[in-house]
Design a protein around this ligand. Structure first.
Ligand SMILES: C[S@@+](CC[C@H](N)C(=O)[O-])C[C@H]1O[C@@H](n2cnc3c(N)ncnc32)[C@H](O)[C@@H]1O
Length: 247
């Protein structure tokens, strides 16, 4: 991959909502993820990795890779035939991701860049996967159209964008319980364990108020994806979307 570990042009901070929050990696970040998802986040990333690797892609990007959990999983499951890259605009997150990939023996190219201006040619990737960061790109974020258009641009025709993200259960009772869980347990325990209460309040609140599946599907279609299908996980509290670029 020719774009190895390079930094892209750095846009102004004002055009990078949330950047300051993500450059402070919360203490025990991975442990907090395991705890607030009751150990299920890895299973959900596994579902995303399987969807990404379906059809034997050659190049896969973990968009907003954070500490690299999806990227490392993609490389380990995909083997030597798959080039895996991870992109994030937080250098501290990428440092952890690089260490993780080195320890687990997976060759991943980690790239420091903003999702609004990715340093890849048109049609470069067969798959783009994103785990638990689509909300950051699309919840009350003025840059949403740019992020989604950029994702579509770097996918080859027929390529797929795989999103695993918290969602809204369709059943009212389950939805109420889920909102309580996000606002009370996730915000409280996440804040306590990490020492970053504001970050986990944002997580709990944005997840509770995030788009339902129909809005996400509409956003993807409005961007230009030809087909969008989705599958609910954990009573619909998490959802896997697969959006295909027209061939
Ligand atoms: C909640 S974390 C999820 C990380 C990882 N994908 C996972 O599964 O744990 C969101 C990540 O998105 C990154 N991010 C948010 N907005 C971004 C943007 N505009 N460009 C690049 N990275 C971004 C943050 O730096 C952070 O690492």
């Amino acid at each position: 991959m020719s774009q190895k570990s390079q930094a892209s042009g750095t846009p102004q901070a004002s055009s990078r909502p949330l950047h300051a929050m993500f450059t402070q990696v919360p203490r025990r970040y991975d442990l907090v993820n395991r705890t607030i998802s009751l150990g299920m986040d890895e299973r959900w990333r596994e579902a995303a990795a399987r969807a990404c690797l379906e059809g034997s892609p050659r190049r896969v990007l973990d968009l907003c890779c954070g500490t690299g959990d999806l990227a490392v999983r993609l490389k380990r499951s995909g083997g030597p035939g798959v080039e895996v890259a991870g992109l994030d605009y937080s250098r501290p997150m990428l440092e952890i991701a690089r260490r993780k990939a080195a320890e687990r023996g997976g060759q991943v190219d980690f790239v420091h860049a903003d999702a609004a201006a990715m340093p890849f040619p048109d049609g470069y990737f067969d798959r783009v996967g994103i785990s638990f960061a689509f909300r950051n790109l699309t919840f009350k974020n003025p840059m949403t159209p740019k992020y989604l258009a950029e994702t579509l641009r770097i996918l080859r025709p027929g390529g797929r964008f795989v999103v695993v993200e918290s969602s809204q259960p369709r059943q009212a009772v389950i939805r109420g319980l889920y909102h309580f869980y996000m606002r009370a347990f996730v915000a409280g325990v996440g804040g306590l364990l990490s020492g970053e209460p504001a970050a986990y309040r944002y997580l709990g609140e944005s997840a509770a108020r995030f788009h339902g599946p129909d809005v996400v599907a509409r956003l993807l279609k409005e961007t230009g994806f030809a087909e969008v299908r989705s599958e609910g996980l954990l009573f619909g509290a998490v959802r896997l979307f697969i959006a295909t670029k027209a061939g």
